[in-house]
Structures are given as structure tokens and as C-alpha cells.
Design a protein around this ligand. Structure first.
Ligand code: GCB
Length: 601
């Protein structure tokens, strides 16, 4: 799906702000027709934001089930023959949308955009009402998976197998935009380049899908907006003379200005892209043909009060912190992030591992720690063919949204799924094929869980890289860094044998650390222990050529469900939840700046 952009033929209006909101604890809203008239007992609620932490009411914080949002908007008075589209960046998890009581959209999955053409429902210059029903319930057939139980009072409780709070609401910007009836509906760009005596020649292969168009042409504009190449046709190749590459640390962006011309008018859609290549070869991860070493973190979209609501202030600050620390990359653990974040990463030259929301497909892990009931995960009554189909759709939707982002170098199809069984192999084989079909230009991977050791693991052959989350020194060998180091080295050796030629990336390693807890004995939970533990991992990483990256867990402390191992959330952050550095941040900074100095990015 294309991002929303202003252009000569498109106008964009924001619908962010304070909406009206009402819980629907009895799930009666649909039968009572809450969409047909203003909500019966609405209260104010900001958008975008999670609704959970905005008020101080436990009923809202812990709500399980549907909730409703509503606001009025005005259709452009000068709409003319244009179409009017209503677009949501994300609604978590399931959404239904009505305009003046008429259903216009339905979307499954809380981390990707959807839109509806509402032209027929509105009158230019007139006010109309938008009503959204958002349902935060997870099931065995949703991505991520979850299930419902009842508490002692008979109230529904959402259970899930992932270690972050199930925030819900309208999490990302809501927009209204216009476009002509002749419209660019999709653009796909794949780039390559060659170095010659004339400099770097960029090659951009493109495909444009358009509605009602008789003629399509494209103009490549450089970062200053100057045209540098042009081509006719809905599909073809444009050559960019003297091209600037998109590089880690230097996010040079071109725009493919796409024109669709038909009897009813002309649409112009500006699609940004970068000229760069990505490849996996001989245990190396190559960007523009050069070995790339990932330095950074797994992150979360998470913050005080706003929960998972997108916030440009927080986003900008987080990128400043990452750059200050010398990071060059992050993983969108454990779901697709806001499009605004992906745009920003493109611009700032950050390298991104783009992950689906398939987190917690593993019933042997509960809340991020080992234990839990033995539920046969891949089975008719749990994650079944329907779950697999929903997962496949989610992969296609993610790739459709993010395929033109130069920052994205690798798709992660799941975080810590069950991966040691025949059922897991059957589940993931078609999904790996789905991803490769949707994007043949990028490598794919999945993030491996600690209990799926190289001797048991069954699915890594479907993927191009080995991505490991390891907690030696924390969940096992707690506090014993010598034992942890020995175990870590032994496992890396085994992976090199198990998956020869595949680069190994550490996508998680870390220790819960209470900011301000100092300990002369340097024991677990102290800032000293976090520093020591990461230093041990880094020493190990430095001794293996096959290891191509270190993304510690986590960039910042984040909110989780409550539990005996969580003190106000997960505390493995390099920074606190309000973004103060822990001691470790300065130590790792020295390492990463040294590495940046050496490699140039
Ligand atoms: C993991 C998960 C992550 C958890 C983390 C932890 O392996 O991928 O979501 O938050 O462990 O801290 O337990």
C-alpha cells in the first residue's frame, strides 16, 4: 500500500487530535447500532495514542474487548471529480469503520495501515461522522496469537505469549486525502548500480500500477528536486547517471515521480527510494557490496502515557539517542513500526530489520521467560491453517507497505516461534515462500529462541541468516558470566556447523537492570552487571567472523504485563523508559563510536 503523500494532484488532511471514545464492555455496540448516531456516552480521547494509560481508570487500562472512537470531519468543498480516501496508519488490533453509519472498512491486524474510498458517503463541504470500533482481543487466529480467560469476577482477561503490554487504540495518524479518479495505486522499485569510469550508474527497475490510466511516465528527481532521468511506460528501467548511493549513515534519497494520465485527468505520486543493494554471501551481510555489521537494538514503540501511539517528538529523540550512541541499525521488534519511523530511518541512513507481528508463536515461553503450560501450538485447536493464512496475509501487507524503503534490508518473519518440530517446518515453509515471492530482492530470516538449539532446530534452512536471541548470564547461568561465556561460545560453534555460510546476527542479549541500582559486587539487576554482561557478549562477538551484528535488548525499558519477573515492566533498556541513559549506555557508546570510526558508518 502506498504511503500518503501530497502532490500536484493530491491533498492531505490530518484527522489527529481529540476524538470521542467509549468502552463497549458488553460488546453491544454493533447490535445497538452505535455507528448510526453519535456515541451514547462518549468521553474525550487523543489520537494517535493507546487509550490504556491516558485516563486513570482501571476499566480502561485493563479493558478487553471492543471500544469505539468517533469524530466529525468536513469533506473538502472543492472535491470536484476527485476521490476522497480515509486512511488509518494502524488500529490495534481489529477495526471496523463507518462513515455516517455506513460501513466503509474492516481490517484485521493492529500494526499495518488500511484505507477506504469514502467519496460516495460524503457531500463536498459538508460535515460527516467517522465511527471506529477497535477490538483488542487476540485469538489463536490472530497475529500475534493469544487467548481469553476469565478472572475470579468473571471478567475477560487476555492471555498472550509475548512480553509487552497489549496496548490498544488508534495508534498512528489518521488522514483524509484526495486523489484523481485516474490514480497511481502501487509502485515497486528495485535498484542496482555499476561503478565505471563515468562514476556510479544507478539502475532503477520500476513497476507502476494505475487505475484509469492510458499513459504512465516517471521522472527521477534527486535529493534537491532536480530531474535526472525519465522513462515512459508502466514498467521499465531508468538509468541514473552519476548516482549517489543510499548508504548506512548517509541516507541519500531520490524520488520517482510517477505520472498516470487518463481521460479523467492526471495523478502524480512521488515515491521515494534509495539506490543500494543488499546481499548475503559467505557468512557476510553485504550492503552495496560491502560487509555490514549491525550495531543497535531491538526496540519497542512504547512510552509513558501514549503507550504505542506514534509521536514525532519521541521518534526524533530516539533517533538522536541511537546516533549519539553510535548505533547504525535496529529491529522493529516485534511488529511493523509506524510508516513515519521507516521514512525517518530512510532519511537518516539507519538500517532496519523489518519484523512482522508474529511474536509469541511459542507456547513453551510465558511472558518472556521459560515455563508455561504444554499447549500443542501448531494444531487444529490452536495455531492452525487459518492462523497461517492470516500470517501470510500479514507478510504480504508488510512487504507491500515497506518494499520501497532503502532502510529495510531484511524481513524477519517471526520472533521466537516454535522452530524445533515437524509442525513448525510445515507452518513456515509456505510462509518463507510467500515472503520470497512478495520480495525477491531482500534476504529473509526469523528470530530463533534459546530453547531451539542448533541440534534441535528444524527451519533455519528456509532462511538466509541466523538471528539469535540469547540470554546466557540472565535466564540461564544467571550472574555466572564465565559459565555464560562458555555456553555462548559452544552454541555459536554449533550454529556455524549447523548453518554454514549463513551470517549470524545477535538480535537480542541483555539483562534486566534497575536504573540507579549500583552494586560493588556487580550482581544481576545492577547497572554494573548489565555493563559486564554486555562486555562479555561483545568480547565473544569480536572473536567470530560469522557474527555480523549485535542488537542488544532493549533500546529502552518498556511496559509489559505484570508478573514475578517484571518490575514496572521490562528493564533491559540501555535507556530508561523516559530515556535517561544507564551506565552501560556510555560504555557501549565508546565501543560503537570506535567501530563507527573504523568502518565509516
Ligand atoms: C525475548 C523476547 C522479548 C522479551 C525478552 C525478555 O526473548 O523476544 O520480547 O522481552 O526475551 O526480556 O525476556
Amino acid at each position: 500500500m502506498l504511503s500518503v503523500r501530497n502532490s500536484a494532484s493530491r491533498d492531505v488532511m490530518s484527522l489527529d487530535g481529540v476524538w470521542r471514545f467509549q468502552l463497549d464492555s458488553g460488546d453491544v455496540g454493533q447490535t445497538e447500532g452505535w455507528f448510526a448516531a453519535p456515541l451514547p456516552a462518549a468521553r474525550p480521547m487523543p489520537v494517535p495514542a493507546s487509550y490504556n494509560d491516558v485516563t486513570i481508570e482501571p476499566e480502561i487500562h485493563d479493558h478487553v474487548g471492543p471500544a469505539w472512537y468517533e469524530r466529525d470531519a468536513v469533506a473538502p468543498h472543492n472535491l470536484g471529480r476527485d476521490r476522497l480516501i480515509l486512511r488509518f496508519g494502524s488500529v490495534t488490533h481489529d477495526a471496523r469503520v463507518w462513515v455516517d453509519g455506513v460501513e466503509v472498512a474492516e481490517h484485521l491486524g493492529g500494526y499495518l495501515p488500511f484505507e477506504a474510498d469514502i467519496t460516495e458517503q460524503v457531500t463536498p463541504g459538508q460535515t460527516f461522522r467517522i465511527t471506529v470500533r477497535v477490538d483488542n482481543r487476540l485469538s489463536w487466529q490472530s497475529i500475534p496469537v493469544g487467548f481469553l480467560e476469565e478472572d475470579s469476577q468473571g471478567r475477560p482477561v487476555q492471555r498472550y505469549f509475548h512480553d509487552f503490554f497489549n496496548y490498544a487504540g488508534i495508534h498512528r495518524p489518521v488522514k483524509l486525502y484526495t486523489r484523481p479518479s485516474v490514480a497511481v495505486t502501487d509502485v515497486t522499485i528495485v535498484t542496482a548500480y555499476a561503478n565505471g569510469p563515468e562514476g556510479t550508474i544507478g539502475r532503477c527497475t520500476y513497476t507502476v500500477e494505475a487505475e484509469g490510466a492510458e499513459h504512465v511516465y516517471v521522472i527521477v528527481k534527486d535529493a534537491d528536486g532536480a530531474p535526472v532521468a525519465r522513462a515512459d511506460g508502466a514498467t521499465g528501467e531508468v538509468i541514473i547517471p552519476d548516482a549517489h548511493l543510499w548508504r548506512p549513515g548517509a541516507g541519500y534519497l531520490y524520488t520517482l515521480e510517477t505520472h498516470a494520465v487518463g481521460e479523467e485527468g492526471e495523478d502524480v505520486y512521488p515515491q521515494r527510494f534509495g539506490v543500494r543493494t543488499v546481499e548475503v554471501r559467505d557468512s557476510q551481510f553485504l550492503i552495496n557490496g560491502e560487509p555490514f555489521y549491525f550495531r543497535g537494538y531491538g526496540r519497542h514503540e512504547d512510552n509513558l502515557i501514549r503507550g504505542k501511539g506514534h509521536d514525532p517528538v519521541l521518534m526524533s529523540h530516539d533517533f538522536e539517542l541511537m546516533e549519539w550512541q553510535g548505533a547504525n541499525s535496529f529491529r522493529t521488534s516485534h511488529y511493523p513500526y509506524a510508516e513515519e519511523v521507516m521514512d525517518y530511518a530512510d532519511e537518516r541512513g539507519f538500517v532496519v530489520i523489518d519484523e512482522t507481528a508474529a511474536v509469541g508463536l511459542n507456547t513453551a515461553i510465558a511472558g518472556g521467560i521459560f515455563g508455561g503450560e504444554p499447549i500443542p501450538l501448531f494444531s487444529e485447536d490452536h495455531a492452525n491453517a487459518r492462523t497461517q493464512a492470516v500470517h501470510a496475509d500479514h507478510i504480504r501487507e508488510l512487504i507491500a507497505r515497506d518494499k520501497n524503503h532503502p532502510c529495510v534490508v531484511l524481513w524477519s518473519l517471526a520472533n521466537e516461534p516454535e522452530s524445533h518440530t515437524e509442525e513448525a517446518l510445515n507452518y513456515f515453509k509456505p510462509l518463507a515462500a510467500t515472503a520470497r515471492e512478495a520480495d525477491p530482492s531482500r534476504p529473509i530470516g526469523y528470530v530463533n529462541v534459546m530453547i531451539s538449539t542448533p541440534d534441535r532446530e528444524r527451519i533455519v534452512d528456509l532462511f538466509d541468516v541466523v538471528m539469535l536471541n540469547r540470554y546466557y548470564g540472565w535466564y540461564v547461568n544467571n550472574g555466572d558470566l564465565a559459565g555464560a561465556e562458555a555456553a555462548l561460545r559452544a552454541e555459536i560453534d554449533a550454529w556455524i556447523e549447523r548453518a554454514p555460510g549463513k551470517p549470524i546476527l545477535f538480535t537480542e542479549y541483555g539483562a534486566d537492570t534497575l536504573a540507579g541500582m549500583r552494586d560493588l559486587l556487580r550482581r544481576p539487576w545492577s547497572e554494573e552487571f548489565q555493563t559486564d554482561m554486555l562486555a562479555m557478549y561483545h568480547r565473544v562477538f569480536d572473536s567470530y567472523e560469522e557474527i555480523v551484528g549485535e542488537q542488544m535488548w532493549n533500546f529502552a525499558d518498556f511496559q509489559t504485563g505484570t508478573g514475578t519477573t517484571r518490575v514496572g515492566g521490562n528493564k533491559k533498556g540501555m535507556f530508561t523508559r523516559s530515556r535517561e541513559p544507564k551506565q552501560n549506555a556510555f560504555v557501549v557508546r565508546e565501543r560503537w563510536l570506535r567501530m563507527r570510526e573504523k568502518s565509516g558508518f
